[in-house]
Design a protein around this ligand. Structure first.
Ligand code: F6P
Length: 540
C-alpha cells in the first residue's frame, strides 16, 4: 500500500513555498491584477476555442477568466509540484488519504467496474457489486409489486430519511432526474430535526403505500434517528406494530443498529467506512433515488461518474477539467481575494445542486489545519452558494453586477430542455449567456449615469452539455468531487473528515435536557443562559 508515501506527498510542503505558487504571485502582481478580461479577448481571437475542455458530455468554457497562457502553464506546474497526479493515483490505489480517520477514500470504486481493479484488496471493495445487485433486485421487486406493504398495497411513496450526505445526494439527484421517475412513484424527504417535514408529509402520504428509506452511515445521527423513530410510531399507530418491517428499509454501515431498529434482514443495505457521507450518493445511500428512477437510471448515473474518473486520471493537468477548475478556484481565492463562489444552474431541476455542492465543498475543504496537524498558511475552502437560473437573477445578481465584491461564478447550462418546452429552455439559455456576457463586458462610458454603470470584468466558467441525463449528472457530481480533491491536495488538508461539526453536536445533546425538561443549564455561556430563560418564559 502506498499510504506512507501518499501521506508524505500530501503534507510535504506548504503550497505557498512551491516555486509555481511564488511564480503565480509575481505573475498576478505584475501581469494580471489590472488586466481586464476584455483586453485578454481583444489580443487573442482564438481565446474562446482555446480555453475550453471537453470531458465526456461536458464542455467547459473557461475563457472568461483572468488567465493567460502563462497562468495556465503555472497552474499545471502548481498541480504537479503539489503532487496532484501522485495523490490521485494514491486515492485510486486505496491509500489512507483520510489521515485523521485513518481510512482510504474510495467513492471512485463505487462507480467502477470490477475489471477496473480499483483497490480490490481493500476490505469491502469486492462487495460493492453484490450490494448493487441486491439493490437492483430490491428496486425491481418494489416497482413490480412483488414486495408490498403490510396490507398488500404497492409501495409507491418513497420517503428518504437522512441528513447531510444521506439526504442532499438523493434529494438533489431525484429532483434533477424527475423525467426518469417511474410511473406512480413519488419521492419525499425528511431531514431536519424540528419535525415539521414529517408532520406536513403525513397529511399527504398514505401509510399503506409508504416506504421509508432510513439512510445514515452511522445510524446514530440525532436528526435521522429522531425522524426515523417518529416515522416508526406513525406506521405502528396507523397500521400496527407488525407493519414496521414491511415499511422500512435502510442503508448504513452500522449493521447492528439497523437490526436494533427493526429493519428486516433482507432490507438492510450496507456500505463501508471508506465512503464519506458527502461522497455516498453512489452507494446504498442512493437507494431511495434508485427506487424512484429505477435501477437502470441509477446505473447510468454511476457510469457518468466513472467517465469523469477516467478523464481525471488520464488527462494531463492542462487539459484536466477538475484540475483546471480547482486551480481557477484557488487563483481567485488566494490571489484575487475572492471569498465566495456562486453556482448558477440554468435548469430548475438542478435547484438543489448548489446546496449539494455546499456540503461537498465546504464540509470537505473548510479546514484551517493541515493533514500533518500544522496550521495552513493560505485560504482554504471558499463559501459556496447559488440558486437556479432566473430565480437567482431576480434575487442576488444585482450584487454580482454592481456590488463591491469579486464573485467568480460557475454557470451550468443544458442546451436542451429537461422538460417538454424547448422554447422556454431557449429563454433560460439566452438569459444564462446574457448574464455571463454582462458580467464580463459590463456597461460603462462617460455618458452613462453612474448608477447605471456595470464595471464588468467579472470572471465565470460555463459548463455546457446537451441535456440533463443521468450520465451527465454523474459527470457533474464527480467533476466537483475531484475539483474538491485537487484543492485539498494543494492546500495539504484532509478533505474527507469533518471534525468541525462535532462540537455543536456535543453541546446540543448537553443542552437538550435544559430546553425540554427544564433542567438547569450546565454550561457557562451567558448569552445561551439568557436565551434559555427567554425560551422558558415563552413556554410558561
Ligand atoms: O454533518 C456531519 C455529517 O457527519 C455528514 O458528514 C454526514 O453526511 C451527515 O452528518 C450524516 O451522517 P450519517 O449518514 O451518519 O447519518
Amino acid at each position: 500500500m502506498p499510504d506512507a508515501a501518499a501521506e508524505r506527498q500530501l503534507s510535504a510542503r506548504y503550497p505557498t513555498d512551491l516555486p509555481a505558487w511564488k511564480a503565480l504571485k509575481a505573475h498576478y502582481r505584475e501581469d494580471m491584477r489590472s488586466r481586464s478580461l476584455l483586453s485578454l479577448f481583444a489580443r487573442d481571437r482564438t481565446r474562446a476555442e482555446r480555453l475550453a475542455i471537453t470531458a465526456g458530455n461536458l464542455y467547459l468554457d473557461y475563457s472568461k477568466n483572468h488567465v493567460t497562457s502563462r497562468t495556465l502553464k503555472l497552474f499545471a506546474s502548481l498541480a504537479k509540484q503539489a503532487g496532484v497526479p501522485a495523490a490521485t493515483e494514491a486515492m485510486f490505489a486505496g491509500a489512507h488519504l483520510n489521515v485523521t480517520e485513518d481510512r482510504p477514500v474510495l467513492h471512485v470504486a463505487l462507480r467502477s467496474k470490477i475489471s477496473d481493479q480499483i483497490a480490490l484488496e481493500v476490505p469491502g471493495v469486492r462487495d460493492i457489486w453484490d450490494v448493487l445487485t441486491r439493490m437492483e433486485e430490491y428496486t425491481e421487486a418494489i416497482l413490480a409489486g412483488r414486495i408490498r406493504g403490510s396490507t398488500g398495497k404497492r409501495l409507491t411513496q418513497i420517503v428518504n430519511i437522512g441528513i447531510g450526505g444521506s439526504d442532499l445526494g438523493p434529494v438533489m439527484a431525484a429532483r434533477a432526474l424527475k423525467p426518469f421517475w417511474q410511473p406512480d412513484l413519488s419521492f419525499h424527504s425528511v431531514s431536519n430535526v424540528d419535525g415539521t417535514q414529517l408532520a406536513d408529509l403525513r397529511r399527504e402520504l398514505d401509510p399503506e403505500r409508504t416506504l421509508f428509506v432510513i439512510c445514515s452511515k452511522t445510524f446514530t445521527t440525532l436528526e435521522t434517528m429522531t425522524n426515523a423513530r417518529a416515522a416508526r410510531i406513525w406506521i405502528s399507530d396507523t397500521l400496527g406494530a407488525e407493519a414496521v418491517a414491511a415499511h422500512f428499509v435502510a442503508a448504513s454501515t452500522n449493521h447492528s443498529a439497523m437490526n436494533d431498529f427493526g429493519i428486516h434482514p433482507e432490507y438492510r443495505f450496507g456500505f463501508w467506512d471508506w465512503v464519506g457521507g458527502r461522497y455516498s450518493i453512489w452507494s446504498a445511500v442512493g437507494l431511495s433515488l434508485a427506487l424512484v428512477v429505477g435501477f437502470d437510471t441509477f446505473s447510468r448515473l454511476l457510469a457518468g461518474g466513472r467517465i469523469m474518473d477516467q478523464h481525471f486520471r488520464l488527462a494531463p493537468p492542462e487539459q484536466n477539467m477538475p484540475i483546471v477548475l480547482a486551480m481557477l478556484a484557488n487563483w481567485y481565492n488566494n490571489f484575487f481575494g475572492a471569498d465566495t463562489q456562486a453556482i448558477l444552474p440554468y435548469d430548475n431541476r438542478l435547484e438543489r445542486f448548489p446546496a449539494y455542492l455546499q456540503q461537498l465543498q465546504m464540509e470537505s475543504n473548510g479546514k484551517s489545519v493541515r493533514s500533518d496537524g500544522k496550521p495552513v498558511r493560505c485560504e482554504t475552502g471558499a463559501v459556496i452558494w447559488g440558486e437556479a437560473g432566473n430565480n437567482a437573477q431576480h434575487s442576488f445578481y444585482q450584487l454580482l453586477h454592481q456590488g463591491t465584491r469579486l464573485i467568480p461564478a460557475d454557470f451550468i447550462l443544458p442546451a436542451r430542455s429537461s422538460g417538454s418546452d424547448q422554447a422556454q429552455q431557449d429563454l433560460a439559455i439566452a438569459n444564462c449567456l446574457a448574464q455571463s456576457e454582462a458580467l464580463m463586458d459590463g456597461f460603462d462610458g462617460p455618458d452613462i449615469e453612474s448608477h447605471r454603470r456595470h464595471a464588468g470584468n467579472n470572471p465565470s466558467n460555463t459548463l455546457l452539455f446537451e441535456a440533463l441525463t443521468p450520465e451527465t449528472l454523474g459527470q457533474l457530481i464527480a467533476l466537483y468531487e475531484h475539483k474538491v480533491f485537487v484543492e485539498g491536495v494543494l492546500w495539504g488538508i484532509d478533505s474527507f473528515d469533518q471534525w468541525g461539526v462535532e462540537l455543536g453536536k456535543k453541546l446540543a445533546s448537553s443542552l437538550s435536557p435544559a430546553v425540554s425538561k427544564g433542567k438547569p443549564y450546565a454550561g457557562s455561556n451567558p448569552s445561551t443562559a439568557t436565551l434559555l430563560s427567554r425560551i422558558r418564559a415563552h413556554r410558561e
